[in-house]
Design a binder for this molecule. Sequence first.
Ligand code: NAP
Length: 264
Amino acid sequence: MSDHPVPLTALVTGASSGIGAVYAERLAARGYDLLLVARDRQRLEALASDLQARHGINVEVLAADLAQSNDLARVEQRLRSDGNIGVLVNNAGIALHGTLADATAEQIDALVALNIVAVTRLASAAAAQFSSAGRGIIINLASVVALAPEMFNAVYSASKAYVLSLTQTLQGELKDKGVQVQAVLPGVTRTEIFERSGLDVTQIDPQMVMEVGEMVDAALSGLDQKERVTIPSLPDAADWQAYIKARDALGPNLSRSSSAARYK
Ligand code: NAP
């Protein structure tokens, strides 16, 4: 990241708390101007004045509910048209708990609107703007449940598998355009997401819970190392490479003119 010219502006969604607020702080410390997006204008303004005072950067607040189509279109339009924006931290997200059978239509729609629709529309806008500028960074917040869907809620886990898949395709599409695209797969990270979705993080084994500052610092280190997928707690990166290798081995046989012998 340090080889990108500053000051560029980093647009961080979900910047009012948790992971997004720490990204905002760390990017401010790296000299980026900021465009902070979330619903809670007061919290964003408090963070903005703190970061302006501490880091001498410019911070703009854009209060928006990304699950609402008018607000999403406003942020998307800004991303498409503002050539100063060089980083998108596509972070805003909500969680759910309980079974799919128990979920209400409103809960499902709200999660899909934010975790899937908004993330996709903003990634698309950033891909267009950054590739025409020949530079830029897109950071998409997925989750380890993208790899372990049995561990958690179905809609949430599927939304994060979607984000991982979207990111991997986008990496191929943008590989010759000067745009870096990273998927970050945090494990359990101590933020407000649990209380917001009615879960109690104190019920989770503390050995599995990372502090948010450590998580974001690891993710940014992965970005600096040009990792395409960063799993902050994974001790041995070779385990991820082995997973990709196993997947690639399926490749030549995934689409053929005849069915496998065991089905005949
Ligand atoms: P958090 O503390 O609850 O923060 C979520 C952020 O998203 C807040 O700034 C919230 O701000 C914003 N947001 C929520 N609904 C929104 C909406 N409709 N429109 C715009 N902004 C909205 O949660 P977090 O843990 O930092 O989560 C950040 C991302 O990391 C999410 O995508 C989450 O899925 C992912 N993640 C978290 C964990 C974890 O264990 N914490 C693990 C893996 C992945 P407002 O309320 O002001 O809108």
